[in-house]
Design a protein around this ligand. Sequence first.
Ligand SMILES: CCCC[C@H](NC(=O)[C@H](Cc1ccccc1)NC(=O)N1CCOCC1)C(=O)N[C@@H](CC1CCCCC1)C(O)(O)C(F)(F)C(=O)NC
Length: 325
Amino acid sequence: DSGSVTASPRQQDTEYLCPVQIGSPAQTLPLDFDTGSSDLWVFSTDTPRSEVNGQTVYDASSSSSAKRLSGATWKISYGDGSSSSGIVYLDTVTVGGLTVSRQAVEAAKQVSSSFSRDTSSSGLLGLAFSSINTVSPNQQKTFFDNAMPHLDAPLFTADLKHNADGRYNFGYIDKSAYTGSISYTPVDNSQGFWGFTATVDGTDVTGIADTGTTLIYLPDSIVTSYYSQVSGARYDSSNAGYIFPCGSSMPDFSFNVGGGGGGGGTVTVPGSYVNFAPTDQTGQTCFGGLQSDSSIGISIFGDIALKAAFVVFDGGNKQLGWAAK
Ligand SMILES: CCCC[C@H](NC(=O)[C@H](Cc1ccccc1)NC(=O)N1CCOCC1)C(=O)N[C@@H](CC1CCCCC1)C(O)(O)C(F)(F)C(=O)NC
């Protein structure tokens, strides 16, 4: 089997949403595919009306294939302080033509305000490792884990784009989607993430490949030296990050993956991607797409990095592949 689904950017590439079919007859919800978590959760008819603000909701009661997973609950909190919790159904889930028949669909009974405010997203589809799924008492598998045994190849690929529709493919590598060769590097999934080591300016950086995080968060030393090349750039505590004049021409940002004997491959993030967005309506000052990880405790290669590459999340061999495109 295989699947292929469009990933559409929202609000200047802040997040990427994909249509997912749940239940019978199919209910299509736009979900944020997130390689940084492992819960498939959705706004539902169980979510308080006061917390629903235009989102499409899942109605288990109108799905003939839905079965309540009795006694099961879930509760998750994310790096940006957002959170959600609820109950669990098993139902049929289809992504880009790829179907999993008994997928844990986590229905929200509570969502934090930032989810309520994000009117375009109906929830998340977690693609990290099932070891960090939050369902209790019996932990559930991710859509990818459930699908893996049926896939032509035990992998999925992420091809996110700047201000344009990209794609997630399951079970195969589309050779027309990238240029040159794919450089592979081992994955450390001990914390449930797609952990890997890259080299930036000769310094090894261990971080995670995270489609659910908008920006890149790296060690202070790397971030400070990057912005030292941009006149007028400074760390601004009120914005909690590096800002600079919007007219600045930003240097490209490169990192090397799979640096072993073969020299590995280099991913180059265009400077224009690092000029993420204005901090206010005047458009004078802009917020950087590369920020420090010092308040997070982990380095994150988020969408700003991922949209500069074609990325292979290889669950079978526990490796990450990176290619230019
Ligand atoms: C600072 C460290 C990480 C922050 C990261 N969040 C983000 O990157 C959010 C994503 C978002 C997009 C649109 C609307 C609302 C939120 N964006 C964000 O904080 N910003 C602020 C800076 O400007 C850019 C947008 C995060 O928590 N990512 C989650 C998944 C998101 C949770 C909130 C909803 C969208 C998905 C994650 O799963 O990737 C995680 F790995 F970080 C995590 O927390 N795993 C448990």
